[in-house]
Design a protein around this ligand. Structure first.
Ligand code: NAI
Length: 692
């Protein structure tokens, strides 16, 4: 707080009010009071003809201080402050050198002019935490640039560059060179111009209603299941039909109802969780990432292709290496095709596609690893093969090159042991399809160096991923918990629930797909082969796999797939098979309720998650939430399994688990020690995280 200050200085007839609240000039109560006080002084001072409102080179302002959410508001609120700026009878110029996001952008919209530096960027990212802009953004921006043009920034939350801001008519001037000098000169030029343009007094430019609706549906399609994007459209739509004051009330009402809702609470939790996940125990926050420009990806299969795309889109130069020339050719073809398909759907511009493709090179020998700063291995899942490859990498790669494996199940320390530099080795576990799924589990080996981990996190973020550092245990975090859930699915079938009931219950809870339909999509043979290797069994799944019922690709799995259809139809033969296996194992079928299905699936995840936490393979409960939301399609409104457990109360979760352990005879359902302890203490995973 001691750094927080808002200062005023005079440069001739121009008063310059500067916000200093590092790192991003969040609009805390003290900042709002500072701006307000100096504004009143400048307005009262007859020698002042114009006012410049400025921030730092990094940020004009990053917006509301979300740590103030839920606390007693400090006057002036953001809206009265913006109204006061706009009502001023001397011109106020916003000087935006760095970012102006959320409330920061909304303050700038209340100013009479906006000037920007070439690196400036404007954004209304509220939608990313389940909200809409709440300080006039949905009402002023359409009045300034039109309703249709306002939709993209508000509905996606994506930033607007300085060049685009000028083109759109948001910024009045681009200032190269010294920002403050340029802004003061601009303010002098406009000091006597009247009338002052107050954005709230403008009419929304008449637009084409059809174009508006078309753009709205295009943008919503990206995130159909969330409320906030639709709410953004509704608020912008109000700007076209309602006078400003009424529109502001509409914005206010929508904002507050979202803010109190589960979905935004969950998204705020995830927002903080993403930032917390980058803080690693035992790693000083000053540890810098290694420099990475060139990446080599080994293996041009399903994962190698997706990883290559993520890295090239993130701006890295990528060489994808596959010893098999046919596989390389096929892999490169799929990459190009995926880019073109995404572009056709509006996900990339043609120029972005060309740009990304120009950074991808193919090779059929290991020579290209020699000048790579990072190698990500994604060849077949065989320990002996991976060991051989890492021994080769040790010989070929330059010192300091980060050596990562995308293994989904093998021991990272064993892989690292064949190199002379285990400190450079770690897991970078991507999820399929790797160009789409945002989760990246970075696996910390026993000897992994702190800066290698920080590098993996930095590269992951640059490639658009949500990196979460996990420990080196079987299945790491996500798949280890997933295995616990899969055991419940299997047991529920033996106890009497049929695949369609299990899938329906899971979908009703909010999963995009049920677990068995997902098995059919991914291929039942995949898990079967892994289990065979490890000597594990799941009789129902294994029998289907042995029968050649591998899922969608063979038209039969847990369901039957008609030619050309991805919607499975229940199969009486599968039901008979399940009953037969259950009978052989001594089960008497019983009626299983949907409630029991959902609770056993989710509580099993929570239980295993708590065990993983206690064993230290996850750093915090909120890391586990990120893993399930971004890697496993867990419904966003829950905030993730651990957050959801907190919401239900750990006592309830533990009691139910004990009850289900009894009903099913499955010992693994008994509450694990950490969950039992936190439940007994009436504590929560959030409290536990505070102790980490
Ligand atoms: P894949 O079978 O589609 O691709 C493997 C590729 O590696 C093939 O193109 C093959 O020609 C190439 N290859 C084999 N030996 C090689 C060598 N010595 N040098 C260079 N290239 C070689 O396999 P997929 O599914 O992409 O899996 C790769 C890795 O990613 C495995 O470790 C797997 O466990 C892991 N993984 C897989 C996920 C999935 O959902 N498929 C998810 C997360 C990790």
């Amino acid at each position: 707080m001691s750094d927080t200050k808002v200062t005023i200085q005079k440069d001739g007839e121009v008063a310059v009010i500067t916000i200093t609240n590092p790192p991003v000039n969040a609009l805390s109560g003290a900042v709002r009071q500072g701006i307000w006080g100096h504004l009143q002084d400048a307005l009262a001072d007859e020698s002042v003809k114009a006012i410049v409102l400025a921030g730092s080179a990094r940020a004009f302002s990053g917006g509301a201080d979300i740590t103030e959410f839920g606390k007693t508001p400090v006057e002036p609120g953001l809206n009265p402050l913006i109204d006061g700026i706009e009502a001023a009878d001397k011109p106020v110029v916003a000087a935006i050198e760095g970012l102006a996001f959320g409330g920061g952008f909304e303050i700038a919209l209340g100013c009479h002019y906006r000037v920007m530096g070439p690196k400036g960027s404007l954004g209304l990212p509220e939608v990313k935490i389940g909200l809409i802009p709440g300080a006039g953004g949905t009402q002023r921006l359409p009045r300034l640039i039109g309703a249709t043009a306002s939709l993209a920034p508000i509905v996606t939350g994506d930033a607007i560059s300085a060049d685009d801001a000028v083109k759109l008519g948001i910024a009045d001037k681009l200032i190269e060179g010294d920002m403050l000098a340029g802004a003061v000169a601009f303010a002098k030029d406009v000091a006597d111009k009247r009338p002052l343009r107050r954005v709230s007094e403008l009419d929304v430019p008449a637009g084409d209603a059809e174009a508006f609706e078309k753009e709205a549906s295009r943008l919503i399609a990206r995130n159909r299941k969330l409320q906030a994007p639709q709410a953004c459209v509704e608020a912008v739509r109000a700007s076209m039909s309602q006078p400003f004051a009424e529109g502001m009330k509409t914005e206010h009402d929508i904002f507050h109802s979202l803010r109190e809702g589960d979905e935004s609470k969950a998204q705020r939790h995830l927002f903080f969780a993403e930032r917390a996940a980058l803080k690693l125990p035992g790693v000083d926050k000053d540890v810098k990432p290694r420099k990475v420009e060139k990446i080599a990806v080994l293996g041009a299969g399903t994962m190698g292709g997706g990883i290559t795309m993520s890295m090239a889109t993130g701006g890295y130069d990528v060489t994808i290496i596959d010893l098999n020339p046919d596989n390389l050719k096929r892999g490169l073809g799929i990459i190009e095709n995926n880019y073109r398909k995404t572009a056709a759907r509006g996900g990339f511009t043609e120029a972005e596609v060309e740009d990304a493709l120009s950074r991808i090179h193919g090779a059929t020998d290991f020579d290209a690893v020699k000048d790579a700063d990072m190698v990500i291995e994604a060849v077949f899942e065989k320990m002996e093969l991976k060991k051989k490859i890492f021994a080769d990498l040790d010989r070929l790669c330059k010192p300091g090159c980060v050596l990562a494996s995308n293994t989904s199940s093998l021991d990272i320390d064993e892989i690292a042991s064949v190199t002379s530099r285990p400190e450079d080795v770690l897991g970078m576990h991507f999820f399929s399809p790797a160009n789409v799924m945002r989760l990246l589990e970075n696996v910390r080996g026993a000897k992994t160096a702190p800066d290698a981990l920080v590098t993996a996190n930095t590269v992951g973020k640059q490639a658009g991923k949500v990196p979460v550092t996990v420990g080196n245990c079987n299945g790491f975090v996500g798949n280890r918990m997933g295995a616990a859930r899969a055991r419940q699915v299997h047991a529920l079938m033996l106890e009497g629930a049929m695949p369609q009931q299990i899938d329906r219950a899971a979908k009703n809870f909010g999963f995009a797909m049920g677990p068995l339909a997902t098995n059919d999509l991914a291929g039942i043979d995949v898990g079967w082969l892994v289990r065979k290797e490890r000597g594990e069994v799941m009789p129902i799944h294994d029998t289907l796999a042995e029968m050649g019922r591998h899922g969608q690709k063979t038209k039969r799995g847990f369901y039957i797939y008609e030619e050309g259809s991805r919607a499975g139809v229940p199969d009486p033969e599968v039901e008979q098979l399940i009953r037969k296996i259950a009978g052989e194992k001594g089960y008497t079928p019983r009626e299983v309720s949907d409630e029991e299905i959902v609770e056993r699936l989710i509580f099993a995840l929570i239980n295993e998650g708590s065990q993983i936490l206690e064993e230290g393979f996850a750093n915090r409960a909120s890391d586990i939430d990120l893993i399930y939301i971004y890697g496993f399609g867990f419904p966003v409104w829950t905030g993730g399994p651990m957050k959801y457990a907190d919401r239900l109360g750990l006592r309830t979760v533990a009691d139910k688990l004990a009850q289900y352990a009894e009903v099913s005879g499955m010992d693994e359902l008994k509450p694990k020690p950490l969950l039992a302890r936190l439940a007994a203490e009436q504590s929560s995973f959030a409290d536990y995280d505070k102790t980490r």
